[in-house]
Design a protein around this ligand. Structure first.
Ligand SMILES: [Cu+2]
Length: 135
């Protein structure tokens, strides 16, 4: 039978868990360390857009090719999203954005013609769309 004081065992267990043993150093606590960002995707050039019933405003009619982060502010009262289709094979949608909040979507745009729209219900046919030429 091992003759090891239980306090030593506990300390060893803590050392494994915490990487330290018996330290009384009152160093800075990391309890308030912010969590890592939930998205690792690098953002592109920020383009603010606003949406409401039933229009999309702020979408440029022409853009240079590149990566963009479209920040869709829903200034209406019902949920909207920002969907982009066009180019060779771009087909993306932001999550649904509640009224009074903002959602964003990052997309790489190659030269081509794109349609920005809201894919919820019949919002697109009611006016929530805009055409963008990327060159
Ligand atoms: Cu909508």
């Amino acid at each position: 039978m091992l003759n090891v004081p239980s306090a030593t065992v506990a300390c060893l267990a803590l050392a494994v868990a915490l990487g330290a043993c018996g330290s009384s150093d009152p160093g800075p606590s990391d309890a308030t360390t912010a969590p890592p960002p939930t998205t690792a995707e690098p953002k592109g050039t920020i383009v603010p857009v606003s949406e409401k019933e039933f229009a999309i405003a702020g979408v440029p009619t022409a853009l240079a090719a590149g990566r963009y982060t479209f920040q869709a502010a829903n200034v209406g009262t019902v949920p909207h999203n920002l969907s982009i289709t066009g180019g060779a094979n771009v087909r993306v949608s932001s999550p649904s954005v509640e009224g009074g909040t903002t959602g964003s979507i990052t997309v790489d745009l190659a030269p081509g013609v794109y349609t920005f729209f809201c894919s919820i219900a019949k919002h697109r046919s009611r006016g929530m769309q805009a055409s963008v030429t990327v060159s």
